[in-house]
Design a protein around this ligand. Structure first.
Ligand SMILES: [Zn+2]
Ligand SMILES: [Zn+2]
Length: 306
């Protein structure tokens, strides 16, 4: 029997990055302690606060919602789970069933916002169009926009998403390779809010690895959907594979990279570019029309052509 490095009970998890083996109880405590640390740094999670939790049905958001619900019995915030349905048949509709099951088990109501209701089309329709962009390029921008819309609709004070240390590291590396320094200055634990235009967004799982979200769900019997998005492609996939390879040879690299992301973000001057109000949707934008609205217009033109 392999013993837990902390308490001597039977270990169930081996952590390559620090050489520790942990039993079920010690692993769960470690995972939750890291979430608590991120919440303390972010400061929004308090009595009466309205917190929108982005829920996809996948392991990260399932772990996030479960931890927040567990902490919330003492905190007394209002948790508002929101699922963005992008209209991907055979994927999101299945994940949604799991998300509903999870919310029911936590006595929370799942709010669903769908591309088809909001835009008149889903990602399946967009995928079929003759566009130079891949589906992910549309989806990422629109998901962000929809979560912000939901947050404004539901009078949320904060939005939390299930981005883990892997995601943070991937984004950091992608931004470096694209020389997106203005994005780097906004890539910390928080994406800052703009009153009335953008509800601040936080990543409470940023100190845990993706693998650890999955282990946490397994150990606590939290339901999550295992399937992957059929349209998942592009730059991020390459970066993800690369980082997994690096981590395999040099354990601890992912944490080092995500930590570097936060250090660099702190050291950079804050993004001073002017924030506009989108003339079409009224939310925050870096120009007269926001990216979500201009991509919608682009798709509208393609639909007419088709
Ligand atoms: Zn232990
Ligand atoms: Zn807009």
């Amino acid at each position: 029997m392999v013993e837990c490095s902390l308490c001597g009970r039977e270990a169930v998890v081996e952590l390559n990055y620090n050489g520790f083996s942990l039993c079920e109880g010690c692993f769960v405590r470690q995972f939750e302690r890291r979430v608590r640390k991120a919440l303390r740094l972010a400061g929004f999670f308090k009595r009466g606060a309205r917190v929108l939790v982005g829920v996809s049905g996948g392991k990260d958001s399932a772990a996030l919602l479960s931890v927040l619900a567990k902490f919330n019995s003492r905190v007394g915030a209002v948790l508002l789970p929101v699922l963005v349905d992008e209209g991907i048949d055979g994927y999101r509709n299945k994940a949604r069933v799991t998300a509903e099951k999870l919310c029911a088990s936590l006595d929370l109501e799942l709010n669903v916002y769908s591309f088809r209701d909001l835009f008149g089309f889903g990602l399946d329709e967009v995928e079929g169009l003759d566009s130079a962009r891949d589906a992910c390029a549309f989806c990422g921008v629109w998901r962000r926009w929809v979560l912000n819309k939901a947050a404004v609709d539901l009078h949320a004070d904060a939005v939390v998403v299930g981005h883990n240390a892997d995601d943070v590291g991937q984004s950091f590396l992608m931004n470096l390779l694209r020389n997106s320094s203005s994005v780097l200055s906004r890539s910390g634990l928080e994406s800052g809010g703009v009153k009335g235009l953008f509800v601040p967004r936080f990543k409470p799982l940023a100190f845990n690895l993706e693998r650890e979200s999955a282990i946490y769900c397994f150990l606590r019997d939290i339901p999550f959907y295992l399937g992957g998005c059929p349209y998942y492609a592009g730059f991020r996939v390459g970066i993800k594979d690369f980082l997994n390879e690096v981590e395999g040879v040099y354990p601890g690299s992912k944490f080092a990279l995500s930590k570097a992301s936060f250090e660099v973000q702190k050291a950079l001057p804050s993004d001073k570019r002017r924030v506009f109000k989108c003339s079409k949707c009224g939310f925050s934008s870096s120009s007269d029309v926001c990216m979500a609205c201009s991509l919608r217009d682009e798709v509208g033109v393609l639909f007419k052509k088709g």
